[in-house]
Design a protein around this ligand. Structure first.
Ligand SMILES: [Zn+2]
Length: 458
């Protein structure tokens, strides 16, 4: 599988015709196929001629000219007849890479026309005949993910809304394997960005917050890392894997050729992989040469640890930067640890949704809605219209001070006094922070109840 993927990348050049064949046979049975194929055909990889690749019962032929490809197909046909093999012509297709026109009915196998296709799913990944053969892969991945999401919803219909912890677990165990499959080869920033949007939207639905809710708030409350970190790590780990392969491996041949091309200024997979390593936090401690010589287990551990640690410190810097993240100006007061928040374990969906929205500025207080008025309302003029006390309607005012909700607030304050030490002696801001930081389920329930009740009054 890996051989085929890397070879594909190495072989994207002009005038290459490839035939995919799904045979009702096994790889060992096809061992002598190479003898039957013409040695003058194929493509040169690291001074060796590559004519075909085998993965289970999939056969992959490669050639630089259409006439030569047809000759190889004829050779294959003779071989199949000799050993009574059946080729699945329904799944056998030609792909043409490069700016060349070939008639649709040019290729034949035993009298059957083999059609030319623009896209083909080979060992689970969709390849297209464009300059970047994996450019549209995110679409098929997202479709597969949606299908899985619908299935999960169908199976869990009787349970009702899934708890956030379980939804995160489903994402990591059911959707991540779909997203990650083959990512070490197809990685490209634009596809990764589209998949990251899918991940963030999934988590926003888990939190019941709107689409514009800041990413760092979503990651922070669920304690999940952006998937691009894992995808980048996969490329770097695969680079290490290739380096460890014996010199007899075709993947290694392709890698060496790509390395030469990359050094000569032709950007390819190796250029991307090296760039990702240079940008990786691990590269500060370990140059690429030392990294490639690390033992596999140590390499995997170091990559995971350093990328996770680096993201968390950057996350903390970002949420603390009011200019970068103005929507999280209150969030930074009570959130300092990157972890799954205990309020998400509340069974009542309405209460935990109200808390998520309040924490992550996905609410309807004027401090937030004033941001979108035309003309724009400056922060100091986003005054509360409920109490009419000329106070800015921000989170602290709503939770602690607004006289319009004094009755609704009483049970929350009583609960806070019970569970927070010296609560009465604290300033209003300190009380606000302590309530928002609390992990006590009863206090969190009181907080959610207040937010739901006060929303009903607005
Ligand atoms: Zn007010």
């Amino acid at each position: 599988m890996c051989n085929a993927r890397v070879s594909l990348i190495g072989l994207i050049c002009r005038h290459i015709c490839i035939v995919h064949i799904n045979c009702l046979s096994i790889k060992s049975f096809l061992k002598d196929l190479s003898d039957e194929l013409d040695d003058s055909c194929g493509v040169v990889v690291h001074n060796k001629i590559l004519k075909h690749l085998l993965w289970a019962d999939d056969l992959f032929l490669v050639s630089t000219y259409a006439t030569i490809m047809q000759r190889q197909i004829n050779n294959l046909n003779s071989y199949c007849k000799k050993w009574q093999l059946i080729v699945n012509t329904m799944k056998t297709k030609i792909m043409v890479f490069g700016d060349i026109h070939i008639q649709d009915d040019f290729f034949h196998l035993d009298g059957n026309t083999i059609s030319i296709t623009e896209k083909y799913t080979y060992v689970g990944n969709e390849v297209s005949d464009t300059k970047n053969p994996f450019c549209g892969i995110y679409e098929s991945i997202i479709q597969k993910c949606y299908r899985s999401c619908y299935k999960i919803r169908e199976y869990c219909r009787q349970i009702g809304q899934l708890p956030p912890a379980l939804s995160v677990h489903f994402f990591n165990t059911l959707l991540m394997p779909i997203i990650e499959y083959g990512s070490e080869v197809w990685y490209c920033p634009s596809s990764v960005e589209k998949l990251s949007i899918f991940q963030r939207n999934y988590f926003r639905r888990v939190l019941h917050v709107r689409q514009k809710t800041p990413n760092n708030g979503v990651y922070g409350d669920l304690g999940v890392l952006p998937l691009e970190i894992r995808l980048k790590n996969n490329v770097i780990k695969y680079l290490h894997h290739i380096h460890d392969l014996p010199d007899t491996s075709p993947v290694k041949w392709v890698y060496k050729d790509l390395l030469l091309l990359s050094d000569a200024g032709f950007s390819n997979w190796v250029t991307t992989a090296h760039k990702l390593y240079e940008e990786h936090p691990l590269s500060d401690k370990c140059d690429i040469g030392s990294f490639l010589n690390l033992k596999r287990e140590a390499m995997k551990r170091n990559i995971k640890k350093s990328s996770g640690k680096h993201f968390q410190s950057t996350w903390l810097e970002n949420i603390s930067d009011i200019d970068k993240q103005p929507k999280l100006r209150t969030y930074m007061k009570f959130k300092s640890e990157f972890k799954f928040e205990p309020y998400l374990n509340l069974h009542n969906v309405k209460l935990r949704a109200a808390i998520s929205q309040f924490r992550l500025s996905a609410h309807h207080l004027r401090i937030e809605t004033g941001r979108h008025t035309r003309p724009y309302t400056p922060a100091e003029k986003r005054l509360c219209l409920k109490c009419k006390e000329n106070q800015i309607q921000d989170e602290e005012h709503h939770l602690m001070l607004c006289s319009a909700f004094a009755n609704e607030r009483k049970p929350l304050m009583q609960c806070a006094a019970q569970y927070i030490n010296d609560f009465e002696t604290l300033t209003s801001e300190e009380k606000f922070i302590e309530i928002m930081k609390s992990e006590n389920i009863e206090l969190l329930t009181a907080l959610g109840t207040y937010l739901v009740d006060s929303a009903k009054c607005t």
